[in-house]
Design a protein around this ligand. Structure first.
Ligand code: NCD
Length: 304
């Protein structure tokens, strides 16, 4: 049995296979309508979600399977004091695969150690979000036809943004990827990420707080919102306003084939006028998320 807790659980070949399967599903969804007939997926969401939970559920329904679960901790027995370990063991009795989002880093690992069915991490605290990363990789592949040799800028809350941490960790395995990190001083990439991913793989990178000066260099711009729910009081006082708003005006100096990404939800990081620019890829990302999750469910349930 295989789980997906960290994107680094998957080899580059496995990721590439998932991307190929997702493209096949996207091109020919009718071939997959009954693949998960009689299978059940449990979505255990202890933290809010729109895209991740609904795309997993839509994915399972489009594979002919069923979905059970909860969308807030209050409606589960965790509000009575049940442990993640017990919840995972119990839900294994009712389902073939578990998708879990939790505010505590590491909760999905604990679940996977106690479940008897595969567990997928759908986001754990400020740590990791491997299925958003698969979504991002599929989007980059569809837009650029490659997963190497580009310059990517990450902008916003790089300290608490788990989608950023996961994407960086796997892109560090690809050739000739240059990274530019744009954030306020107090929301820079955590030291462990610089050490374990960037330095370890000798990745060329720059840290700056100036978005305008780096926009012309980018092939991909990955915007993120401030993760206010994870801020301490000190961070709150110094960062109530988001200093980085992507406007059409700012994009004037960008490459014509720049790919603007955002895991969503958007607060105010990208002005709405950008949505109709050909470089905006964030709503395409949303749709890609469903197909790559379909591919992932098939893989973990070992269905051809
Ligand atoms: C992200 C998350 O939950 O980390 N959302 C998502 O799953 N697409 C990003 C965010 O909340 O900012």
């Amino acid at each position: 049995m295989k789980n997906l807790i960290d994107i680094l659980d998957l080899s580059l070949d496995e990721i590439f296979d998932l991307i190929q399967t997702a493209i096949k599903i996207k091109d020919n969804p009718v071939n997959y309508l009954e693949k998960c007939k009689h299978k059940k997926m449990a979505t255990l969401f202890f933290e809010p979600s729109t895209r991740t939970r609904l795309s997993f559920e839509a994915a399972m329904y489009e594979l002919g399977g069923n979905v059970i679960g909860f969308s807030e901790a209050q409606s589960s027995s965790s509000s009575k004091g049940e442990s993640v370990a017990d919840t995972a063991r119990v839900v294994s009795c009712y389902s073939d695969i578990i998708v879990m989002r939790h505010p505590k880093e590491g909760a999905p690992v604990v679940a996977s150690m106690n479940a008897s069915v595969p567990v997928i991490n759908a986001g754990d605290g400020g740590h990791n979000h491997p299925t958003q990363t698969l979504t991002d990789l599929l989007t980059i592949y569809l837009e650029k036809r490659r997963l190497d040799s580009f310059t990517i800028g990450f902008c916003g809350d790089l300290k608490f943004g788990r989608t950023v941490h996961s994407l960086i960790s796997t892109l560090c395995r690809h050739k000739n990827v240059k990274m530019i990190f744009v954030s306020p001083e107090h929301l820079r990439l955590p030291g462990y990420a610089v050490l374990n991913y960037i330095d370890k793989n000798h990745i060329e990178y720059v840290e700056t707080n100036d978005l305008d000066s780096i926009i012309p260099k980018l092939d991909i711009l990955y915007m993120t919102r401030l993760q206010r729910e994870r801020f301490s009081n000190i961070q709150c006082s110094s960062s109530m306003d988001n200093p980085y708003i992507l406007t059409l005006d700012r994009l004037k100096n960008a490459k014509k084939d720049l790919c603007v990404m955002h895991p969503l939800p958007r607060v105010n990081e990208i002005e709405r006028l950008v949505d109709s620019d050909s470089r905006a890829c964030y709503f395409k990302q949303v749709l890609n998320g469903k197909y790559i999750r379909m591919a992932l469910i098939l893989k973990l349930l070992e269905i051809e």
